[in-house]
Write a new protein. Sequence first.
Length: 435
Amino acid sequence: MQTLISIIIALIIFSVLVVFHEFGHFIVARLNGVVVEEFSVGMGPRLLKHKSKKSGTVYSLKAFPIGGSCAMLGEDEDNEEEGSFNSKSVWRRLSIVFAGPFFNFVLAFFLALIVIASVGSDPSTVVSVDQSSNAYKAGLRKGDYITNYDGTHVSIGREMYLEDFVAPIDGSMMKLSFKRDGKSYTIHYKPDAVKKYILGMSYTSGSNAPTISQVTKDSAFEKAGVKRGDIVMKIDGVAVKTGEAVAKYLVAHPLDGKVVNVLLKRNNKTYSVKVKPIEQNVYSPGFIYNMARVRQDFFGTIRYSFVEMRYQVMAVLKSLKMLVTGKVAAEEVSGPVGIVKVIGDTYKETRTQGFGITLLSLVSLAILLSANLGVMNLLPIPALDGGRILLYIVEIVTRKKIPRDKEGAIHFVGFIILMALMVLLVFNDVRKIFF
């Protein structure tokens, strides 16, 4: 029953994201005088339809709730009659195609408004500063609001956490910009090097279940066979139900080189490992930044909703960069099946905490997925919106319209590649779940 509910929730989220994407194409096409022959919610056989007497557009509800479509006159044909997609200037065609991904960013913003208005955001303030650290000596103090973290503009704590994940601090000079009492400051200092025993993993923080989000290469956890997505259940016999509980346990029981017994869960099956922490040099910025949510006023809610959208977009871009550069293994990438599993896991982990928490958790996940859909569709890959935009840019530069047969052939090849990639992603998802 829980699996069925998870699938239904996933289909609803997918459908909302795709329909809103197609609505972007629809509304800008209409504004540019393009005839929209059909706008549909769902795919497959048509269940209901209504034809507008004014515009002639057929609005359809179809059998399978897996997205939607916006069919424009002459979009994929060599048709330049009045009102057709290809009769419009290149700038108008580009704006229509760009509108789909752009509306995904708009949706991410409005969903962020719901979350930020309900639980607030995590302003990038300094929670504490080690008085023996180089950061303290350079002038950083508790309560300072970080605006630039080693070259990256930040407004929330998670942006700094993302930077630490993507580019861990090494021994090179750090640059911090911050505000205090309305004045701006910039400091440069070397991070502090300390010898520390580590397990070599990152996990979800706060009240969420302590799910492993990263396993460091050649770390104690990797050698023990722990994988990304595993959930920590117990440490040395002590139950830890949240990321906060794990953090508190590790503070109360610092790692000292002794073997640690960890009970984990993978695919609803528990297993235990004995892990011997590895001692190594760890570089610290010398301060702890805020990761706790703080309620905002009206203007703060608007501002941090934009910040939330920016953060999710940057998270997708930085993840793609890590994939291309080999910092993230290809098998860690999830496809449709993996995303359904994540949605299902989110529902299962939060449903006991009440409807409100479950809803906000799913909305937060939808923000990430909407931003992801927007970014991925802008990639310059044939058959995607980004591939079409790239061809329109070529047309703008050369001032020559690309022949429809050649454009169609390019998109067909891209479609075949995307379908092959989709099959690989589904296979990878199934393998991770069952093997």
